[in-house]
Design a protein. Structure first.
Length: 365
């Protein structure tokens, strides 16, 4: 099933050096504005210079504010997540994550060797001036900041041991619910002990103090070659539903689990969407559930599915876009606008362009 496209547009594009931008998340602010965060200031998909930007549209995506930096550590600040939380929806939580310098260096050597000299020189200089262990203790992990003035300023920088590209969701009382896993290689992280490749659910009332609620998925499950990039949502019944990206030798797609007891326990994993990843979940005004995801196979682009029974079953595939020229694209997130149409934000490298940019598509079924 194909959608009816209303409009295609650009959120942010920069074809100059350090213009590569990717991995966005969009949300609606309290005043109805559309907010998008993404990782920019990049040379490529992997590089040590990324930072997280915020841009806002107050006119339905016609125009966007100049991106402002909201997270900028000395490590590579990657996927940007955003949500509005609090009982009065008066706070904005923006998340990202950083990789170890060793992982960054290995990925660049394997995937983009022409950038190795730049990467190696940067880390050599950084760690000649500053203690490596202190830098990693301060900035390595799932980073986040909070705004108390509708995105004008951000403060309360913090680190969590888990991450997920689109960040947390909001619970029934306005609290934050974060489901993710650690990509780091430690055995302890302060009071947390979550470095076993499992997925954990953390909750927070204020975005600053967090507690582990439960272990959602065990680590090192036989046959699960690579599970990452989870996204949770709280349904009208109170059910917490989580979808998780899976890449394996046998198949690619999205697994799903849920909790009906506030996150204390979760159901057995169920494979629900083939080939698409990573997932982003949106609860629609009519109670339906929308899962939006990238599609990097034949007819590459953006796709979605609808569930009318809280994730028990899913519709046939909905094709939002199928005209991608390369696989460096995706990570779509979707909001439902006041007129009932949908706005999906994603990244891609347009044909003939050097850098990836952030774009949107308005559509309806």
């Amino acid at each position: 099933m194909k959608v009816k496209v209303i409009e295609n547009g650009t959120v942010y594009e920069n074809q100059e050096p350090f213009g590569y931008s990717a991995w966005p998340t969009c949300t609606l602010l309290k005043d109805g504005s559309i907010a998008v965060v993404f990782s920019g200031n990049r040379l490529w998909h992997v590089c040590p210079f990324g930072r997280v930007y915020l841009t806002v549209s107050k006119d339905g995506a016609k125009t966007w504010t100049k991106p402002k930096t909201v997270i900028n550590t000395v490590l590579d600040d990657r996927d940007g997540g955003i949500c509005v939380f609090g009982k009065n929806r008066d706070k904005i939580f923006v998340s990202s994550f950083t990789n170890t310098p060793e992982l960054q260096t290995r990925l660049i050597k394997d995937m983009k060797p022409e950038l190795s000299a730049v990467n190696d020189s940067y880390y050599e200089y950084l760690f000649s001036k500053y203690d490596k262990n202190e830098i990693c203790d301060k900035y390595l992990g799932g980073t986040h900041v909070i705004s108390y003035d509708n995105g004008e300023t951000f403060e309360d920088f913090g680190i969590l041991p888990i991450h997920a590209p689109h960040g947390p969701c909001v619970g029934v009382n306005g609290e934050l619910i974060f489901v993710g896993k650690s990509l780091q290689d430690k055995t302890k992280y302060g009071e947390f002990d979550v470095f076993d490749k499992g997925f954990y659910m953390l909750t927070s009332a204020d975005g600053k103090k967090w507690e582990i609620k439960s272990k959602v998925v065990e680590g090192e499950i036989p046959g699960y070659a690579c599970m990452s990039e989870a996204h949770p949502i709280v349904l009208k019944s109170g059910r917490i539903l989580v979808q998780i990206r899976y890449n394996g030798k046998d198949k690619h797609g999205i697994y799903q689990t849920y909790s009906d007891d506030g996150g204390k326990t979760f159901s057995e994993l169920k494979f629900v969407i083939e080939k698409g990843f990573p997932p982003h979940l949106t609860l629609l005004k009519n109670g339906d559930l929308l899962s939006t995801y990238g599609y990097r196979f034949d007819d590459m682009g953006l796709r979605a599915r609808i569930s009318k029974d809280e994730g028990e079953t899913w519709s046939e595939q909905i094709i939002i876009k199928d005209d991608a020229k390369n696989a460096d694209r995706g990570y779509p997130t979707t909001v439902e606008l006041n007129d009932g149409t949908f706005l999906t934000v994603y990244y891609m490298i347009r044909e003939g362009m050097k850098n990836a940019g952030i774009y949107y598509i308005k559509w309806k079924m």
